[in-house]
Design a protein. Structure first.
Length: 246
């Protein structure tokens, strides 16, 4: 299982939100490029970067920071947050970003996103499908920086985009993100049972290396971790125990 460290950007700083709440954030650094360079020294291949300002408003005020990370960090950059047009994706690819992450548009403009999958190729587009588990046990998609709920289920969304070449999905149980409550392994296990060929990235709730081992045991291709790395709950030596060529 590949380990993907995460950096969330807001107002030019590295932060973490609690359960996606923009009013409940912890600031970790005012040097995001330096943090990216530090993460690049881990035994990992990819860095996940989220422009929270972009996710909230659609305006990417952290563009120069992301460009600096893509230029200076010897690691692949996977970028999400406010990417809302084919032109935006194209500009980021030109700037050195390896993969672009699309979230809410997968629900509000599925035909456009399907066209981008075809145009850029399935390896360059990741769908960030953030969910809240309903009382009926169904994972329903949350959109617009997790501030809105939709009437689209995770299962219907993945099935639709699979017909258009979807390969990479990043799935977050919003209730777990930043809460250090443990990942929703049951959700990821069910996703893989329904779509075994999916290159699934688990996100949200990872507390320590034991959580990563539990996720790896489910057969997950990749797991994203942010706060646990930032807080030192997961060490570089522990990251190195997960072969990145697996």
């Amino acid at each position: 299982m590949k380990i993907i460290p995460a950096i969330d950007l807001k107002d030019g700083k590295c932060v973490r939100l609690f359960k996606g709440d923009f009013d409940r954030q912890t600031e970790y650094s005012d040097d995001p490029v330096g943090m990216a360079l530090a993460f690049a020294e881990l035994d990992v291949e990819t860095l996940h970067v989220v422009d929270l300002d972009g996710a909230q408003s659609g305006t990417q005020r952290n563009r120069s920071i992301v460009e600096g990370i893509a230029e200076r960090a010897p690691i692949r950059v996977q970028l999400g947050g406010g990417l809302r047009s084919r032109e935006a994706l194209s500009r980021w690819f030109d700037a050195g970003v390896s993969r672009c992450v699309i979230g809410s548009l997968a629900v509000s403009r599925p035909d456009d996103v399907a066209e981008w999958l075809t145009a850029f190729g399935s390896d360059r587009v990741v769908l960030a499908l953030d969910v809240r588990i309903g009382e009926d046990g169904v994972p329903w998609l949350a959109t617009h920086g997790w501030t809105r709920s939709s009437e689209t289920s995770l299962w219907d969304c993945i099935a639709y985009f699979k017909e258009h070449g979807l390969a990479h999905v990043l799935c977050t149980d919003v209730s777990r993100d930043g809460a250090m409550a443990g990942p929703n392994t049951a959700l990821y296990r069910e996703i893989l049972s329904r779509f075994p060929e999916l290159l699934l990235q688990a996100s949200g709730g990872v507390r320590d290396v034991e959580d990563l081992r539990t996720l790896a045991a489910t057969g997950l291709p990749a797991a994203i971790t942010g706060r646990a790395l930032l807080d030192g709950a997961i060490t570089p030596d522990e990251v190195a125990t997960f072969p990145q060529n697996a």
